[in-house]
Design a protein around this ligand. Structure first.
Ligand code: ATP
Ligand code: MG
Ligand code: FE
Length: 343
């Protein structure tokens, strides 16, 4: 079975084809980062228009890459939510119309289920059930995953998502958007012991997160210490130290909550996915922690941490094999949609 996957929930147009026998046979990605960078964040209307421009050529390129024609497809999967409504509607319109015209089943994919299943594209992959930490630009979720579609949210963020906190802190330090990877690069040259940043929600029971207080603390520390810098070299070192302290606080909080959830649920496999799962410090800390506390961590390969069509084609293929398809001509998008509503 060959499933076309369409991702357009935010600022990446991703088109891929997953073959249930041969794995990924096409994977096309176009990122709008340059378009939005000048505004310091995603401009929804520009995102929708750019998806309109790119989506059909990318589908054609994906077919070329896989050396097949549209009529060779068995189903069309697209991200139906959550995300920016205009951006989602582009993928939903194209996906649903294509399925309708080719007389194929259409599959509505939940974007976060796409992230959650992305590590299953790897050769060394987790088996259900497992615990999952989803850390992206818009979400910070700890999920108890029993099987496909059986998800229980154990922890959520009360304010900013982890990726959002990285991006806002990067902006504060004058780094480009999206800033997660720039913070990580700077942090590698910084001293994470120079300041003691708070570990939000650690002293309370439960598995929820909060990052807005940490962000404010980081801003105050940066502004205060900048006044004491005598030259540019000192300011640059301070910036790296602030990035390192911030990253350590986020990684420490995320990993300790994972450990807490592992102890609470008894899971021995931990899946980490979403853009922030590309963070090396996070990966290394979990590897060390896993050896000590006997759990194994699974990540997507770097290119599948952030948004992509491959994870949507793959999630679509899994849903297709389990016969979860949308049998009508309605074109729908769900800007807000909880993982717990899936079946
Ligand atoms: P959502 O999936 O919640 O709808 P999104 O799709 O915008 O949000 P992703 O594409 O999964 O989010 O991830 C993007 C986020 O990942 C950005 O906030 C970015 O800064 C962050 N990120 C990317 N690389 C790194 C890194 N190395 N360290 C920390 N954060 C990173
Ligand atoms: Mg993105
Ligand atoms: Fe995403």
């Amino acid at each position: 079975m060959k499933i076309l996957g369409i991702e357009s929930s935010c600022d990446e147009t991703g088109i891929a084809i997953y073959d249930t026998e041969h794995g990924l046979i096409a994977d096309q990605l176009y990122s709008q980062i340059e378009l939005h960078a000048q505004y310091g964040g995603v401009v929804p209307e520009l995102a929708s228009r750019d998806h309109v421009r790119k989506i059909v050529p990318l589908i054609q390129q994906a077919c070329q890459e896989a050396n097949l024609q549209l009529k060779d497809l068995d189903a069309v999967a697209y991200t139906a939510g959550p995300g920016l409504v205009g951006a989602l509607l582009v993928g939903a319109c194209v996906g649903k119309s294509l399925a309708w015209a080719l007389d194929l089943p259409a599959i509505e994919v939940h974007h976060m289920e796409g992230h959650l299943l992305a590590p299953l594209l790897e050769t060394d992959k987790p088996e259900f059930p497992f615990l999952c930490l989803l850390v992206s630009g818009g979400h910070t979720l700890l999920v108890d995953v029993q099987s496909l579609g059986d998800y229980k949210i154990l922890g959520d963020t009360l304010d900013d998502a982890a990726g959002e906190a990285f991006d806002k802190t990067a902006k504060l330090l004058g780094l480009p958007y999206p800033g997660g990877r720039y913070i990580a690069e700077l942090a590698a040259q910084g001293d994470a012991t120079r300041f003691k940043f708070p570990r939000p929600m650690m002293n309370r029971p439960g598995l929820d997160f909060s990052f807005s207080g940490l962000k404010t603390h980081t801003r105050v520390a940066w502004e205060k210490a900048q006044d004491d810098c005598k030259n540019e070299a000192e300011t640059q070192q301070l910036k790296a130290d602030i990035a390192a302290c911030f990253q350590l606080a986020v990684v420490d909080t995320l990993t300790k909550k994972c450990l807490r959830a592992i102890k609470q649920t008894g899971h021995q496999e931990l899946v980490i996915s979403g853009g922030v799962s590309a963070n090396i410090a996070l990966r290394e800390t979990l590897a060390v922690m896993g050896q000590k506390h006997r759990f194994k961590s699974y990540f997507p390969s770097m290119k599948y941490c952030s948004d992509n069509g491959a994870m949507i084609a793959f999630a679509g293929a899994m849903r297709f094999t389990h016969k979860v398809t949308a049998q009508n001509a309605l074109i729908k998008a769900y800007p807000r949609w909880s993982l717990e509503q899936l079946s």
